[in-house]
Design a protein around this ligand. Structure first.
Ligand code: ARG
Ligand code: ZN
Ligand code: CA
Length: 260
């Protein structure tokens, strides 16, 4: 898009232990990470290799905290709810339902709902977050984040590879229709449907450097720096122009009501 569009966000913090009651500083930091990453104002753009920089995009999508709640009252865009649930499973989606120990959605046509909770397991669990793609049912639309993935240091003080707030960047990418860069299969023919992301055989993990090639369709190898891969937070730093165009198309069509 030529114009910058702004998506109102509500963070629903659903906590059992105090550690899960993510601080306001961490939430504000998370919002900043989303804005930086989507506008390509992230501090680590120089980490994008020179050969991929021509593809890197300012998506022209930005985020603000909601200022009016569904009743028309003022809000800071944050809800906090204590729950008796020790954790929430990805499969159950219970965090999105008050009667199941979570918090009911705010109208998905007006807000991007981001629930924050304990998704169970530990760092090993690998469920850092998940998202409902465009076309999801109205009752469970939005993004869910594991509490320790929220925000960047110093507000996020969890010592692990997912402490820079990029799980949210990745999940909001899914919420705006993007797929995983490797196309979810394990061949070089399945694809994310985006022209300027190279085909890639598998997900990446950890932190790579230099050219790593899994399919023969790109002189520069895999774009493991893409937010829609599985690299560590410190090692992802771009959306492409093709991804930006796709997300803006979703915002102009199936998710258009959120901009009104
Ligand atoms: N596993 C999650 C998903 O597929 C999130 C991965 C996010 N990666 C990261 N480096 N924060 O949606
Ligand atoms: Zn994903
Ligand atoms: Ca592609």
């Amino acid at each position: 898009a030529d114009v910058v569009v702004t998506i109102p966000v509500v963070f629903h913090v659903v906590y059992n232990s105090e550690a899960e009651n993510v601080s306001e500083a961490a939430l504000l930091s998370q919002l900043q990470v989303l804005n930086d990453d989507f506008r390509r104002l992230n501090a680590d753009t120089a980490t994008t290799p020179e050969y991929f920089r021509p593809y890197a995009a300012d998506t022209k999508i930005q985020f603000c905290l909601a200022s009016i709640d569904p009743n028309g009252d003022l809000t800071n865009g944050i809800t906090r709810t204590q729950t008796t649930n020790k954790s929430f499973s990805y499969g159950s989606d219970n965090v999105k339902y008050a009667e199941k120990g979570g918090v009911d959605i705010w109208d998905r046509d007006q807000y991007l709902n981001i629930w924050i909770c304990n998704l169970g397991g530990d760092i090993q669990s690998n469920i850092l977050g998940y998202a409902a793609p465009p076309g999801s049912r109205a009752v469970n639309d939005g993004v869910v984040l594991h509490y320790s993935s929220v925000g960047a240091p110093p507000a996020n003080n969890f010592k692990w590879n997912y402490n820079m707030g990029r799980t949210a960047t990745h999940e909001v990418g899914h919420w705006l229709g993007l797929g995983h860069i490797w196309g979810n299969g394990s061949s070089c023919t399945d694809s994310d449907g985006i022209d300027d992301t190279p085909n890639q055989r598998y997900e990446s993990a950890g932190c790579h450097s230099g050219i790593k090639t899994s399919c023969n369709d790109s002189p520069f190898g895999d774009m493991y720096q893409n937010y829609m891969d599985y690299s560590d937070d410190a090692c992802m730093n771009l959306f492409t122009k093709g991804q930006a165009d796709y997300m803006n198309t979703i915002l102009a069509t199936s998710r258009a009501s959120i901009l009104n």
